[in-house]
Design a binder for this molecule. Sequence first.
Ligand code: NOJ
Length: 582
Amino acid sequence: MTKQQPWWNGAVIYQLIVRSFADGNGDGIGDLQGLANRLPYLRWLGVEAIWLTPIYPSPLQDGGYDITDFKSIHPELGDLAAFHRVLIAAHSHGIKVVMDLVLNHTSTLHPWFQRARWAPEGSPERDVYVWSDDPKRYADAPVLFRHFESSNWEWDEVAQQYYFHRFLRHQPDLNYDSPIVQKEMLDVVDFWIERGVDGFRLDAVPFLFETEGSRCEGLPETHEFLKRLRARVDSHGKDVLLLAEAIQPVEEAAPYLADDELHGAFNFALTAHLFASIASGTVEALRECLQAAQNAVGGSRWALPLRNHDELWLGDGHLVSEDVIQTIRAGLHQGQGHWLNWGINRRLAPLLNGDPGSNRVMHALLYSLPGLPCLYYGDELGMGDWPGLRDRDPNRTPMAWTPGRNGGFSTAPDPLLVLPPITAPGYDYRVVNVEVQKQLPGSLLNWHRRMLTCRKLLPALRNGGFELLECAHPGVIVYVRTNATMTVMVAANLSAAGASFRLDLSRWSGERTREVLWGCDFPPADADWFVYLAAHGFSWWLIGEVEESDNSSEDFEGQQDKLSPDPSGALGSPTSASSRRA
Ligand code: NOJ
């Protein structure tokens, strides 16, 4: 018997903001009831898990990442019973539920903080947070939200001391040197696991501990605590995913993936390299980053987002090189303006100038590279954004469901809406919405659904090994994903011009090659295998025959009709190949 893989191995994760997704009670704010109503859509789309940005009580000074109670639900979104209903419904649709868990900080309105500021200096209650008389402590820790804060310290009149905050001044950092903090946060994890959640996206994990003379990121004590957390999760005997948000270069993010630490971590450096590739039309740096990530931690443990609810974080030269940052700033349509903190504050579609071809090729990579692909709500439609809204709100506007009132998000009058639905030219919800795109065979939405179906039928994309192949064309990346039953070859042209190139497939000489997205046979593999990819074109080929698998639901041969030629053109432009021998 083969060992059952954990549910997250290669799972496609759909990230959504509950308050912006669907309003179930007509008050203008998305909620858990609304989410429950829309779960059939997510099953139809083919995602395997949803990640909910924080749903805890919060004054919302940082989109809910400023929490006042870790064991409850924000009343505008519902209550624990409503959350239970979402969990049960999601599970009945075969969808796992991942919660955001903010370990590093709370809101200043959290009772722990209010108690701390009134407690005597040096008392256990005061020490739940990080205090100092000197705001120059930890001076090497960069200010992350540099457009909102000029220091990591804030003076507190009541405590008559400064408190430390890596994010907004409304978000004091918890002090993980305090046993009370460690105990409380481990209890929080127990609380939600007992309620049935399938995983946690661990917010801002690098920052749990501080040491003088360092950036205060990923310190040994932080890893020790995360190992305790992992042991605690394991003690429940359930498959619960721990996914780290650590915006660090690959070599600094990899240690979170030690065997006894976390299961997954976002690879933000790879995200930046994907954008740099599409901006420059070249793939060399992307190849290097991919190889480095695989060398550091093989398999499918890197989670890969294109966009999320934050700005596209590029950093101060620590995450990726200045060259990569400049390539993105200069080459992406919206790269120059819209700079917020250390990144670009725009959604995917406007960053790609609304070009569905670029959207498709980037997702064709996302869905075929090793790891957990993360799809941000609305990006499957090419949804736009609202520049000019405060902070990161431009990227957090209501999901567009229908061409009707408020895009079908809510029946409430406009002024009550959590954020304005998009009516910007080119992205108007009357055009860009689920209902309309479902009816258009060539729509981006139908394309995403079809790609996710193909991914399911090609388990090598989920759990297979990864190997880059040589390709002389500077704009084309080629790799193979191989597991016990199949070999899938992927080629993608990141440049905005057509590309013809030769591949040496002598290793599979004489084997059948079938393009699976278009459903057509290509010449047998050989040493001189020529391919043409249109601008931003891509292809997935099966090389050789598919071996029998013990998992009939993922049996490719039995389901080939699902991969028949695509009459709509929804998969992108056709590819051609020839072989000198053919
Ligand atoms: C990372 C989250 O993604 C971001 O939205 C938040 O502002 C910070 N962590 C602070 O919690």
